[in-house]
Structures are given as C-alpha cells and as structure tokens.
Design a protein. Sequence first.
Length: 273
Amino acid sequence: MQAVVANSTLVRETPLIQVRDVSRVYAAADGKPVRAVDSASFSIAAGEFICILGPSGCGKSTLLMMIAGLLPPSGGSILFDGKPVDGPHDKFGMVFQDAVLFPWRTVQKNVELPHEVLGTAAPKRETIAKEMIDLVRLKGFESKYPHELSGGMQQRVSIARALSVQPALLLMDEPFGALDAMTREQMNLDVQRISIESKATVVFVTHSIVEAAFLSDRVLVMSGRPSTVRSIVDIDIPRPRRLEMMASDKLGSYVTKLRELLNETEGSHGQRS
C-alpha cells in the first residue's frame, strides 16, 4: 500500500490552504519558551476532507486554531486562497468539542446567530437557518432549547450554525469526543454526508484512528511535541462510505498503518495517543 508520503505537500489541485513551516511557541509559567508546533508544512485542496491525528498534547488543536486565524503562528505562514490568514475569516466555520450553544436561544435562533451578527435581514437568515437545520436532519426541532436535545443533536446544531455562512473551510476540533460510541458512529455518517452535500473543505482533529481513516481523504499524522507533520496517509476509498466499512479489511489496512505510525511516534517521544 503506497499510502504514506512523509512530510508531503502533494495536493490534487491548486491548494485552498497552504501551511508553510508553521510553528507556535508558548511562554510557560516559569517564563521559559515551550515549542508546541515546529515547522509544520502541508497543503489542502478545495473539497478535501483532512483529519489531523497525533499523540495527546502534540498540538493538533493548536495547529487547527492557527489555521482558523484564532492563534497567530510564531513562525511560518498560512495562506487561504493565496492570501495570508491573519485573523478569523468570514469564509471559515468552526465546530468545537462542546457545542457552545446559547441555552436561552432555540435551535432556530442559535443557527441564525452568525447572520444576526452579519446584519442579514430577518427573513433571509430565518430561511438560511431552516435550510441548515434540514441539512443536519433536525427538522421539527427548530423551537427546542439546547437542554431538550441529546449531545449528538446539540453538535448537529453547532454544525448547522457553522455551515450557515456557507464556509469554504469547515474546521472541527474533536467534535465527537464527548459522545458515546453509537452516537459517534452515527455522527461520522452525518458529517460525511454533510461534507459531501455542502461541498465544504473540512479539517477535522480527532484522537480516533478508525474515525480518521473512515472520514478522511488524507490523514495528517503529527509527531510528539514539538510536533510537525510526520506523515500523510492517502485514504483511497470511494465515497460515500458505509458504517459496515469500519470492519472491512480495506479500511483495516489503513487503520493498521496509522496505528503503526502513532506507535513509532510514541516510541520516539514517550507520549501516549
């Protein structure tokens, strides 16, 4: 299987995102610098679904926050459509591990929020929100409040809200990490369908090797801290992918390869995934 390309910058077309030698250094409590990400480089083509996988504490979320423009890199550069990312972008949508919904707002009003901030006229933002709620299959729940929804349903609302601005890039930071196994599997199917229907480019941080293999066009495997992109694994499986595929030999071969890469990283850095 020729799926692994170490430190690859290969993409299938003109890249939408270019990450060039990006690093991030924090100041520790004692004042000493801590290098979280070190010289990460890769590119992402429009329409790709990319997962970022690596040991705990290696800087996966930090890297995602830099791509989102929520954290400035200490070195290197990040380009979106050829232009530097120097802050949050109106073409980016963000989904966190927690749904981060306003408890006093209904599903409809939570999804409308970005367009309220943008000053979109009420009739238009209501229509857009209803379309996104339908996309995430929550039609009929528009008037419900977050506390009336399951964890998976709350995350669907969060995804609908992020998609409401029709982002060119959807960034997802371990969005299913707090869900039970069965709900997580269903959400994997949902996010795959939503990514196909919305045509958004997706960058998805996860701790789950199986999830990364199932969802991705390519998996970026991070090294331990200070981290860089150790390897990139192409997942050559047609879409849509059915849940039964998680037990297939073909997906299993990718899972094995990713696990081997992570185990090598653990052996080198003494950290657990």
